[in-house]
Design a protein around this ligand. Structure first.
Ligand code: GDP
Length: 421
């Protein structure tokens, strides 16, 4: 199955517009969730008086399991089409959904935007499209969902398509890179099979559109970057850091460096799905063992890379951010928590260098006194503890972050340049 090229897919859209149901439907239609599991959830859902909601129910259960799993905070649900092997980056109902969307969408190649036909463009539709564009999503497949609730009415569909196109134009997302499909995730219309309920529509089904996406380039040209999620001690083996390879290749025998902890050693073994493998590639979740490294030498938030081209550690970095929400204004000196890959570090916004027009990206004001919700800006940031981060232009997978404060995601951004320690 994994011989096919890999696609990381983000599923975005306003709450309750049907993202979970659509993901459940995709997994189900591609045979990625065994029928008996769906059947079991169907029975449980009926017992709880939620009969018929089995797809959403499957997704809720997966989300809960992930929460219990602690170490992995981004979903890795997988399915395949004729051309591709897909990993879905999505955490419906997860309390850190927006944060995960940012760290997830930065790794996603393309996205499905779910917009309910009966509700149309809603606040999170705008927010997610804005983020998708800021973080560089390639193509957007827009599922105009819940068509069953509007009697499969073509005019209703056209209305939503027009509104979404306006939104895309506002954020300068080329509408050539977007396609539109009338769907019902609930009834299964135009997901894997062409629906008789939409005779006026002659485009592809959602699965066909996914199968026809352009092939993403595999990021193996970049040096190895593997953010550490956890560090275990396993008897008979020793210290085993675990994480996902974001770029490059992890090989046994290679000399690797962990930053910012600044220790290095030789990779002895690499394990994936409980089996020893000679190497791991981008997207692979692995545990590995490095000669001479103890459990307390490294920690979550470190990044593993080649000893001769180690991950950068920032004294300061310049970044482009978008402020999504903030009760007042952000001024120089503000010190929220930055979430980048697996690291969480308090960072001071040392200076606000430029305010940008969010639509065009052009400079609207040099050195503004403050920025607020809705603003885009270039800022200089000083981590309060060592942080490994990379310019987005060099290693996009390690170049974006979410800014959190008071339990909310305040801003999202990407790194323009790094001043190394
Ligand atoms: P999410 O918050 O975007 O993940 O939305 P959910 O997938 O949880 O769906 C929200 C509600 O809408 C649930 O009650 C679903 O059963 C329902 N729903 C999802 N898709 C459809 C659809 O195509 N038609 C109808 N009628 N209901 C749907």
């Amino acid at each position: 199955m994994s011989d096919k090229p890999h696609q990381n897919l983000a599923v975005i859209g306003h709450v309750d517009h049907g993202k979970s149901t659509m993901v459940g439907r995709l997994l189900f239609e591609t045979g990625s969730v065994p029928e008996h599991v769906i059947e079991q959830y169907r029975e449980e859902a009926e017992e709880k008086g939620k009969g018929g909601f089995e797809f959403a129910y499957v997704m809720d259960n997966l989300a809960e399991e992930r929460e219990r799993g602690v170490t992995i905070d981004i979903a890795h649900q997988e399915f395949d089409t004729d051309n591709y092997y897909f990993t879905i980056v999505d955490c419906p109902g997860h309390r850190d959904f927006v944060k995960n969307m940012i760290t997830g969408a930065s790794q996603a190649d393309n996205a499905v935007l779910v917009v309910a036909a009966d509700d149309g463009v809603a606040p999170q539709t705008q927010e997610h499209v804005f983020l998708a564009r800021t973080l560089g999503i390639g193509e957007l497949i827009v599922a105009v969902n819940k068509m069953d609730l509007v009697d499969y009415d073509e005019d209703k569909y056209r209305g939503v398509v027009d509104d979404v196109k306006k939104l895309l134009q506002q954020v300068r997302f080329s509408t050539d890179d977007a396609s539109f499909i009338p769907t019902s995730a609930f009834e299964g219309d135009n997901v894997s099979e062409k629906s008789d309920n939409t005779p006026w529509y002659d485009g592809p089904t959602l699965l066909e559109a996914l199968n026809n996406l352009p092939e993403p380039s595999e990021p193996t040209d970049a040096p190895l970057r593997l953010p550490i999620q956890d560090v275990y001690t396993i008897s008979g083996i020793g210290t085993v850091p675990v994480g996902r390879v974001e770029t490059g290749i992890l090989e046994t025998g290679a000399n690797v460096s962990f930053q910012p902890s600044d220790v290095s050693g030789e990779v002895k073994t690499v394990e994936m799905h409980h089996e020893e493998v000679p190497e791991a590639r981008p997207g692979d979740n692995v545990g590995f063992n490095v000669r001479g490294i103890g459990k307390d030498d490294i920690r979550r938030g470190d990044v593993c890379g080649p000893a001769e081209d180690p991950p950068k550690v920032a004294e300061t970095f310049q970044a482009q951010i978008v402020v999504m929400q903030h009760p007042s204004v952000i001024t120089a000196g503000y010190t929220p928590v930055f979430h980048a890959h697996t690291a969480q570090v308090a960072c001071t916004i040392e200076s606000i260098d430029k305010k940008l027009d969010p639509a065009s990206g052009e400079v609207a004001e040099e050195n503004p006194d403050f920025i607020q919700a809705g603003d885009a800006a270039v800022v200089t940031v000083r981590p309060q503890k060592p942080l490994s981060i990379e310019p987005s232009s060099e290693i996009p997978e390690l170049g974006s972050f979410a800014v959190r404060d008071m339990g909310q995601t305040i801003a999202a951004g990407k790194v323009l340049s790094v001043q190394e320690r």
